[in-house]
Design a protein around this ligand. Structure first.
Ligand SMILES: Cc1cc2nc3c(=O)[nH]c(=O)nc-3n(C[C@H](O)[C@H](O)[C@H](O)COP(=O)(O)OP(=O)(O)OC[C@H]3O[C@@H](n4cnc5c(N)ncnc54)[C@H](O)[C@@H]3O)c2cc1C
Length: 360
């Protein structure tokens, strides 16, 4: 089989890239090893509003169109985030966004890509890339451009010799039943060493989870997670574990005719683990670059400065904040102190990818 663009991974990065490069004159094939797109859900399912994204990424444009979300996949609205210290002190920060049904959300993004002309082969894995041919579980596929949108363990990156994100933080999540406060809760301290535990309310129930710095763990992540859910005392189901790349963007996201997008490129906010909207912003830039490359010969390398001009600075601040947090995370007492010093203002800056103090 021969296509113009082969996209490995039909998560938010892959399907958005497809949506913006597919067309009558461009054949775009997405492959995904999952049999059902969006399943299992390895996500907190929180999506910030366009207004919040403009404040965090001021050089981004036209997010309303990019983030046009099918109302059917929205399962809750959020206006505040409560950051809870190890001793239970709550710092309430205004923050707007929605809770998604991620399973349906990923399918809705694939639908947009298919409407634009892309094709999806689910249940299909990339095995290797040899001499410009992708070996997959449905046979060999030739391509003009290869997109690695296959998450933090990107096989595409490995096969073409591009660097993968260095730090991958384990995170466990589940769906919980019950009635929950309408604000998101983020719990810090030994409850989730080096990360945080969360409760993201939905119309029915909540997404509950916890993410960790693997270097600080003395037990398996699921042991901390189970302790946290037991503390909340709610029934839960659908427990899954995934990895969040929190070392910032990789040094190179284009190599030859291959581009990396989303988690595969480290496109995640390191201070809060949010990656869905970043994957979509980078995906749109990638898709448009590929289109211009195939139509007018624009070098694919142009993708790199384009996404960096929009995302790099806030992502660097976000990484800096995470590294600063690492100094305080190991001890509850230090964490308590740090949160007091920062107060609502500093904490709100931290979750918004801004430097926590004005000077650094
Ligand atoms: C527990 C957890 C909670 C999170 N919570 C949030 C949150 O609340 N809000 C937020 O914004 N972000 C959150 N994130 C991060 C967010 O999920 C990711 O940043 C986002 O999914 C990145 O999209 P992507 O398309 O790059 O990668 P993915 O969504 O991971 O998609 C990659 C796709 O590639 C496929 N794939 C992998 N290897 C192959 C292969 N060899 N062949 C074919 N297909 C392959 C996979 O099946 C998958 O479908 C969370 C992450 C985790 C792990």
């Amino acid at each position: 089989m021969e296509v113009d663009v082969l996209i490995v991974g039909a998560g938010p990065a892959g399907s958005t890239t497809a949506r913006y490069c597919a067309g009558r004159d461009t054949s775009v094939l997405m492959i995904d090893r999952r049999r059902e797109i969006g399943q299992p859900v390895q996500c907190g399912e929180f999506f910030p509003s366009a207004k919040e994204m403009y404040s965090m990424f001021p050089r981004s444009t036209d997010l309303e169109d990019l983030f046009r979300i099918d109302e059917g996949v929205v399962v809750g609205h959020v206006n505040h985030i409560d950051l809870v210290s190890p001793r239970g002190r709550t710092y309430r920060c205004p923050f707007e966004g929605v809770a998604l049904d991620r399973r349906s959300f990923d399918k809705s993004l694939v639908k947009l890509a298919v409407e634009a002309g892309a094709e999806l082969r689910a249940g299909t894995s990339l095995l290797s890339v040899d001499d410009g041919i992708a070996r997959t579980t449905i046979g060999d596929i030739g391509f003009k451009v290869l997109i690695g949108a296959d998450g933090p363990n990107s096989r595409t990156a490995r096969e073409v010799g591009l660097e993968r994100p260095l730090a991958r933080y384990p995170a466990v999540t589940c769906h919980a039943e019950g009635n929950f406060d309408p604000a998101i809760k983020m719990y810090f301290g030994s409850v989730a060493p080096g990360g945080y535990a969360w409760v993201i309310p939905k119309r029915k129930g909540a997404n509950i989870g916890a993410g960790f710095n693997p270097k600080t763990l003395s037990r398996h992540p699921s042991a901390y997670f189970q302790e946290f859910v037991a503390r909340l005392g709610v029934p839960y189901r659908d427990v899954t574990m995934g990895f969040v790349p929190l070392s910032g963007p990789t040094s190179r996201t284009v190599g030859g005719n291959t581009m990396l997008v989303g988690d595969a490129a480290g496109h995640v906010m390191s201070s809060n683990g949010g990656g869905i909207p970043i994957a979509m912003i980078a995906g749109r830039i990638a898709g448009r670059t590929v289109k211009e490359h195939l139509r007018g010969g624009l070098p694919l390398a142009e993708y790199e400065p384009r996404w960096r001009s929009v995302l790099e600075k806030p992502l660097a601040s976000s990484l800096w904040t995470r590294k600063l947090g690492d100094l305080f995370f190991p001890a509850d007492r230090r964490m308590e102190f740090a949160m007091r010093v920062l107060g609502v203002r500093g904490l709100a800056r931290a979750i918004r990818c801004k430097k926590v103090f004005y000077l650094f």
